[in-house]
Design a protein around this ligand. Structure first.
Ligand SMILES: *[C@@H]1O[C@H](CO)[C@@H](O)[C@H](O)[C@H]1NC(C)=O
Ligand SMILES: *[C@@H]1O[C@H](CO)[C@@H](O)[C@H](O)[C@H]1NC(C)=O
Ligand SMILES: *[C@@H]1O[C@H](CO)[C@@H](O)[C@H](O)[C@H]1NC(C)=O
Ligand SMILES: *[C@@H]1O[C@H](CO)[C@@H](O)[C@H](O)[C@H]1NC(C)=O
Ligand SMILES: *[C@@H]1O[C@H](CO)[C@@H](O)[C@H](O)[C@H]1NC(C)=O
Length: 393
């Protein structure tokens, strides 16, 4: 990055080195004052601090990972104004680096021109959280087939983790990584079988990363499953008589949805008065000449479909049994069965009571009993008739 600026190298003057000015490790004198490692998000601002111990006014030099001098005792040496010296006290020298890039990573050196050759290094690490991943459709989804979806996170550091989810369940896929020097591109490819009912189903790809904590960058995707059309004519209720108007609506599905439907009449042309508006066919003032089979057809790239409707136009006065009469017939049948059952029950009850009364041989028999016994007497001849006479007295 910015090699032009970086080439403005400013190393400590050799004369100073010759003067046996030796680099001192600040950390060596006291372990508690080591330079702190810094981790910063790409584009953020890093704070690099060098702690001083027993500072005696000597020159402090700060160098970048390429050992280019950034500051020479408080004076900017490298023309990169992203670096600022924000603090220079007896105890602490602090610089900031704004708009950090991955190429700024590495060890930053804090050196003191004193008796010691040691230096202190603050390691700057840059992390790159993933953006919201993208979804690429590798193979188009057609019902009965498979769809191949690739979730891509082109840039992250360390590598992001990509997960495909559907209904809160993970779909396992093939994960691959490609190294682009400092950053990594991650992809996760899934293949899922698709049916018509999967059209519009939601899947999502979640990118997680240490820099995001528990948060995830999520790309939602709705399956776009292509399928051949289905066509259904919604018939008018009841029967149609001369003078009525006909309105047929053709209900179409399909993906892509057929842009229009075609109305036709089998072996004939559409009536002159037929009007087509969208997917609805209307014929006003019907006559029997309009009898016929009407077709609605639709197609898309995946197939075609048709439905038909048979139009019968009746006389205004005709008495017609229509399909709607069927439920009444059923209800009538059930009622008849009920009545029949009740009558049967009554007959059985009466028959039982007749038998009871017969065994008691009482004179208080009902009219029906007497009638029955009279008949019996008739059939059995005169002997019985006499007996009957007795009863009748
Ligand atoms: C700072 O980072 C460097 C390099 O990753 C590592 O060797 C060193 O131990 C770290 N220092 C501290 C104090 O964490
Ligand atoms: C280096 O800078 C510090 C702080 O400004 C100052 O006290 C010190 O005298 C300077 N040293 C030299 C050698 O100029
Ligand atoms: C930050 O750095 C990038 C390149 O690393 C550059 O494209 C961008 O313009 C910089 N942004 C600012 C605000 O300086
Ligand atoms: C259309 O005409 C053909 C041949 O004349 C015949 O077989 C078919 O039954 C006719 N269809 C209708 C719905 O009238
Ligand atoms: C039309 O259909 C009705 C009902 O089936 C029938 O009574 C009539 O004769 C038909 N008319 C023609 C012209 O086919």
């Amino acid at each position: 990055m910015r090699p032009g600026l970086r080439s403005l190298l400013l190393t400590p003057p050799p004369s100073l080195a010759l003067h046996a000015v030796i680099l001192l490790s600040l950390g060596l004198r006291c372990q508690a004052v080591q330079a702190e490692n810094v981790t910063v998000l790409e584009g953020g601002t890093a704070q690099i601090s060098c702690r001083l111990q027993n500072y005696d006014g000597s020159i402090v030099v700060i160098q970048n990972p390429r050992r280019q001098t950034l500051f020479f005792n408080g004076t900017r040496a490298l023309k990169d104004d992203r670096f600022q010296m924000v603090l220079f006290t007896q105890r602490l020298v602090r610089i900031t680096l704004s708009n950090v890039s991955v190429w700024d990573e590495g060890g930053y050196f804090c050196q003191l021109y004193t008796d010691d050759t040691h230096h202190q290094v603050a390691t700057l690490s840059v992390i790159v959280p993933p953006e919201v991943p993208t979804v690429e459709v590798k193979t188009e989804a057609v019902e009965g087939g498979e769809v191949e979806l690739t979730c891509l996170s082109p840039r992250s550091k360390p590598p992001a983790t990509l997960r495909w989810m559907r209904d809160r369940r993970e779909i396992s896929g093939v994960v691959s990584q490609q190294d682009y020097g400092k950053t990594v591109s991650v992809s996760n490819t899934i293949r899922i079988p698709v049916e018509r009912r999967d059209n519009g189903a939601a899947v999502s790809c979640e990118a997680s990363h240490p820099a995001l904590g528990a948060q995830k960058r999520v790309r939602h995707y709705r399956l776009d499953v292509h399928f051949a059309p289905t066509v259904r004519i919604i018939p008018p209720p009841g029967i149609l008589r001369e003078g009525d108007s006909l309105s047929l609506t053709c209900s179409v599905s399909g993906n892509p949805l057929p842009r229009n439907v075609q109305w036709s009449r089998v072996n004939d042309t559409l009536p002159e008065r037929a009007e087509i508006s969208g997917s609805t066919l209307t014929v006003s003032r019907l006559s029997q000449a309009h009898n016929g089979t009407y077709l609605c057809q639709a197609h898309n790239n995946y197939g075609r479909a048709a439905d038909h409707y048979t139009l019968l136009v009746y006389d205004p006065g005709a008495v017609v049994e229509t399909h709607s009469a069927v439920p009444y017939a059923v209800i009538g049948g059930v009622l008849a069965l009920l009545v029949f059952t009740v009558i049967c029950g009554l007959i059985v009850t009466i028959w039982c009571s007749v038998r009871q009364k017969g065994s008691y041989l009482t004179h208080e028999a009902s009219g029906l009993d007497e009638h029955g016994e009279v008949q019996e007497a008739f059939l059995n001849g005169s002997d019985s008739r006499e007996g009957k006479k007795e009863y009748l007295l």
